[in-house]
Design a protein around this ligand. Structure first.
Ligand code: C2E
Ligand code: MG
Ligand code: MG
Length: 762
């Protein structure tokens, strides 16, 4: 008997040690408390082993001490393990202190037992012919039992509560430990009261330790997992089908049953139904994922199908499952997002980026077709918006979009490039120039009471270099369009090499302006302005570029270029400065003449009156000597701002003139409000007219009207004596034109003036 128990205890000690060793490897939160419990369980078993194995009283007594003191540590470790296992903590610090104090006192009183013999004594009883030393308990031992049982019962109660409160599946992890604990406790109690010679409850200790080790660190509640997985599968929104290893459907969740129309759990039908629903379903065998559609048009549904094999630990096929997710909503949202990104919200045409993409694709697919790239622009769309309001403006854009859709047949690609510009790709052979020109010449947009003839220009580039960027193709088409920007009768213009030359020229001179100003290659030429006696009263400063390689350049060669690229203000300010220099010198020399300078309409738009005011101040000249020529076109937009600019100039003492009156957009009505001093009537108006008599009458009336408005008239472009006589007759008192003198260098002008004052005929 002794030997048997000795071996059993030894095995237990070893098992606990092995468990302890493996528990060290675990990183679980509970692992430290499991390790501690396993460690502390070993000494009491060792104690008992000593008691059982030894035949000497002294050694047996030592075994008893190891056992009892070890039990205090076991009970503490058990309590701490219970807290960790059941996710609890000390209810209060006082209780913690109390329990620890009790256990400490218990340990101490055992240590004092050899002196006072208040806890226990041993007595020898013969078992199997050996002496076995049985315990005779005293008060100290009773105290020990009370402490240990109190903690033990608390732990048992905690486990009972946990077992009862947890769901049936979860309670397993508590009930198993509870059961072993009760079992061990019971045989321990039996041992105490029966006073049996050998403490068989130690067997329970070892078992308890191993169960704690397993349930805490390795136990996975498979039943619980099964239940949960089944619950998740049943509750999933996507359809789920489970198949056995022969690919026969054995189960489907509710969405799956609905999708496959399975009735009365007849899952065999699923296979056939799935093949009907998803065309590619039947061809697939192993693990796969695919996106499938069903239905068409607005009823199209998108599904994501995924099939996965399930294998056991040895890699043998157990079965497989198929999930079918209805992705229609996400797919539709994605499509809508794509559509929004690719389409202009107002006209529903392609956006620029997508149009470029589509054009690239079309050119790639049709390498043998010759295409046109067309840039369409609405002339003065801003004015349409200003006058009729943005609602009408939007309507105009919609009408153009409609027109493009209806005019350019299949095979074309089109979109909105930006605000009022559209882009089209069209096979050359499908472009009917005459029809397009006709339809554009009578393009009127009507909405309610508003109606407006809209001028649309098309610039066309024939793609003869298909490899250049789409944006460059449109740049070329745009270039073609720019050449007819100011034309009202021509609506279509083709890109040609001259345009390219022009662009190169523009780039060439634009890059040089800065330097040309610095090196004074740009010079003011002066054209005399005379009174009715032919006396020179002033001059107009006209820019000339004495170019080191390109020679003498007239403003027509570069002013429009700088007007277009915004560099005109640099040129104009330089000319104003030159005019001020000349005036300052004249002032010193006592010459009383004015100089008119030109302000480009483009420049006037951004003009800072302070700059010109500063100039006259710096040069110390009277502002009235520097006359400012603007054209009527500046008043076409944003009239209020322009009026206040003019008023500012006037109030600062400048003399403001309207240049080229009659040659462009004339609004007599506006003239009455414009704070100007002089009207330059362009004789080109006379020359262009077929009906000279009528034109003369108009000029006559303009002269009369300007006097009525308190504005002095000046006739420019006077080329003949007849014109001069006629204009003098009509009452005009100021003249400028080749008849008197052409624009000339400042030195020539000054010589010209001195000849005149000397009386030398010019
Ligand atoms: P503009 O201001 O109307 O200047 C008058 C233009 O008519 C000048 O041409 C002048 O040479 C020309 N001209 C004068 N008398 C006659 C004539 O009897 N018959 C004909 N056929 N033409 C005559 P130019 O110098 O070539 O200048 C052309 C335009 O360039 C100017 O028209 C003006 O708009 C612009 N321009 C000239 N210099 C400047 C400048 O410094 N700044 C700006 N922004 N524009 C300038
Ligand atoms: Mg002028
Ligand atoms: Mg003029």
């Amino acid at each position: 008997m002794r030997k048997v128990f000795s071996v059993v205890f030894l095995v237990q000690i070893l098992s606990l040690a092995v468990c302890c060793f493996y528990a060290r490897r675990s990183h679980k939160e509970i692992a430290p408390s499991v390790r501690r419990l396993l460690r502390y369980l070993i000494p009491p078993v060792i104690g008992n082993l000593i008691i059982v194995a030894s035949g000497s009283e002294f050694i047996s007594t030592i075994g008893c001490y190891i056992y009892f003191i070890g039990m205090d540590f076991v009970i503490l470790a058990l309590l701490l393990f219970t807290f960790s296992y059941c996710r609890l903590s000390w209810p209060s610090q006082k209780l913690r202190f109390f329990v620890l104090a009790m256990l400490t006192i218990d340990v101490l009183q055992f240590l004092l037992n050899p002196f006072f013999h208040h806890a226990f004594r041993t007595e020898a009883i013969p078992v199997d012919g050996y002496n076995y030393y049985r315990l005779i308990p005293y008060a100290g031992q009773t105290f020990h039992r009370v402490v240990v049982y109190a903690v033990y019962l608390s732990v048992v109660i905690i486990f009972i509560i946990k077992t009862i409160r947890s769901s049936r599946i979860n309670s397993e992890r508590y009930s198993v430990i509870l059961f072993v604990m009760l079992f061990t406790g019971m045989i321990q109690t039996f041992y105490i009261f029966s006073r049996a010679p050998i403490d068989v409850s130690m067997v329970g200790y070892g078992l308890f330790g191993i169960l704690v080790f397993y349930f805490s660190l390795y136990y996975r509640p498979l039943r619980l997992m099964d239940r949960m997985l089944a619950g998740i599968a049943a509750e999933m929104n996507e359809a789920l089908f489970l198949f056995d290893s022969n690919d026969r459907c054995i189960w489907a969740n509710k969405p799956g049953i609905e999708m496959a129309g399975i009735e009365n759990d007849d899952f065999d039908k699923a296979e056939e139904q799935l093949s009907n629903l998803f065309s590619q379903y039947a061809d697939k065998k192993d693990d796969w994922t695919t996106t499938q559609t069903s239905g068409s048009g607005k009823d199209t549904k998108y599904y994501i199908l995924e099939k996965h094999a399930v294998k056991d630990d040895q890699g043998r096929l157990i079965g497989s499952f198929l999930s079918v997710r209805d992705n229609t909503e996400q797919q539709n949202a994605l499509e809508e997002e794509k559509y929004i990104a690719r389409h202009d919200p107002l006209t529903d045409l392609y956006t620029r980026e997508y149009l470029y993409e589509r054009i690239k694709e079309t050119l790639r697919i049709n390498p043998d077709t010759v295409y046109y790239v067309i840039f369409a622009n609405i002339r003065e769309f801003k004015i349409i918006n200003d006058i009729f309001g943005t609602e009408f403006g939007d309507y105009v854009l919609l009408s153009i979009a409609d027109w493009i859709q209806n005019t350019f047949p299949d095979g074309s690609v089109f979109g909105r490039l930006a605000g009022d510009t559209f882009g089209i790709l069209l096979p050359k052979e499908k472009f009917d120039q005459e029809a397009v020109e006709n339809s554009l010449s009578s393009f009127v947009v009507r909405k309610g009471n508003a109606s407006h003839a809209v001028l649309v220009h098309l610039g066309i580039y024939e793609i003869n270099e298909p490899d250049i960027k789409i944006s460059v193709m449109f740049d070329r088409a745009h270039m073609a369009l720019s050449s007819i920007r100011d034309q009202y009768k021509t609506h279509i213009s083709f890109y040609d090499d001259d345009m390219r030359e022009k662009v190169l020229w523009n780039q060439h001179i634009s890059s040089q302006l800065h330097n040309a100003i610095k090196e004074r290659q740009l010079q003011p030429y002066l054209q005399p302005i005379v009174d009715q006696n032919g006396t020179i009263v002033g001059a107009e400063a006209l820019v000339r570029w004495i170019h080191p390689t390109d020679g003498f350049l007239s403003p027509a060669m570069f002013v429009p270029v700088f007007e277009n690229n915004g560099m005109i203000s640099e040129l104009d300010q330089y000319m104003w400065q030159c005019a001020c220099e000349i005036l300052a010198r004249w002032e010193k020399e006592g010459i009383d003449r004015f100089i008119s300078i030109n302000i480009s309409p483009k420049d006037f738009y951004f003009m800072d009156v302070a700059v010109i005011k500063d100039l006259v101040k710096t040069y110390g000249i009277a502002p009235g000597k520097l006359r400012i020529e603007i054209t009527e076109t500046v008043m076409m937009t944003d009239i209020n701002t322009r009026m206040s600019l003019l008023n500012d100039l006037k109030q600062s003492g400048f003399f403001v003139e309207i240049d080229d009156f009659g040659s462009g957009y004339s609004s007599l009505n506006m003239l009455k409000d414009m704070p100007v001093d002089l009207l330059k009537i362009d004789m080109a108006f006379l020359n262009k007219s077929n009906n000279e008599q009528k034109a003369e009458k108009i000029i006559h009336n303009i002269i009369n009207m300007s006097y009525d408005l308190g504005i002095a008239p000046l006739s420019e472009g006077v080329e003949t004596e007849a014109q001069y006589n006629m204009l003098s007759h009509m009452g005009c008192q100021l003249f400028q034109g080749y008849y008197f003198a052409k624009p000339m260098s400042v030195a020539d002008f000054e010589a010209f003036c001195s000849r005149q004052s000397d009386g030398t005929p010019s």
